[in-house]
Design a protein around this ligand. Structure first.
Ligand code: ZN
Length: 214
């Protein structure tokens, strides 16, 4: 009888271990926390090309990215969930106030990574492809940016290089959490602009961006 109990006990342990391994295989980011920061919002549209507002595409990609990271097991926090910026209502310097609230949110999040989502624009319309930027405050930012950039290049058949963010940009030098700024594509390139407007592409891009963290 005792032997039967022992066998049953071993069987339960084996099933538990197997289930645990299955869970960690399907949710490889289960111990990670991300803050996603959709650029601009509300009165601040970001880059505007005709009727296309950067803020709207930033938010859509951010929400798809949240779904993808959650599917991979991560916990995800958002600096904004709708069409608004984070400035105080009567702020004297609205943009600085917006940045200050984003900085405070990210620095108090206890997250493993932040990802800021923006779109690029250049007067030369021949440029296309996502570009990852990093602040040199943390050495791991550069390593992370290069890893994500090369993964996106491979998946999307593009050839941009990860670049350092200038220290004159107010927000990024003040962030204590490791992370990157992803300019998901160029609104100045009409082919890429049209692609960025498609939900199917926004979703595909978000999937690749999430998988770059595996
Ligand atoms: Zn932007």
């Amino acid at each position: 009888m005792k032997k039967n109990y022992l066998c049953f006990f071993c069987f339960v342990i084996l099933v538990c271990c197997f289930s645990f391994n299955l869970a960690s295989a399907s949710e490889p980011l289960q111990n990670k926390v991300f803050v996603l920061d959709a650029g601009h919002g509300g009165v601040d549209p970001g880059t505007v090309v005709g009727s296309v507002y950067e803020k709207d595409i930033n938010l859509k990609i951010t929400l798809f990215l949240k779904d993808e990271l959650t599917r991979l097991g991560a916990k995800v926090l958002l600096t904004r969930m709708g069409d608004y910026d984070l400035s105080s209502p009567k702020a004297y310097m609205r943009k600085k106030s917006d940045f200050d609230h984003r900085i405070s949110f990210i620095n108090h999040s206890n997250a493993d990574y932040y990802i800021s989502i923006h779109l690029n624009y250049l007067s030369d319309s021949s440029y296309y492809g996502p570009q990852v930027f990093y602040n040199i405050k943390k050495e791991e930012n550069k390593i992370l940016a290069e890893k994500v950039q090369s993964f996106l290049n491979k998946k999307l058949n593009t050839n941009r290089e990860a670049k350092k963010i200038s220290n004159t940009i107010y927000m990024y030098s003040r962030l204590d959490v490791p992370g990157i700024l992803v300019e998901c594509g160029f609104l100045s390139n009409s082919k890429e602009k049209n692609q960025l407007l498609l939900e199917t592409y926004q979703k595909e891009f978000s999937t690749f961006l999430a998988e770059a963290f595996l």
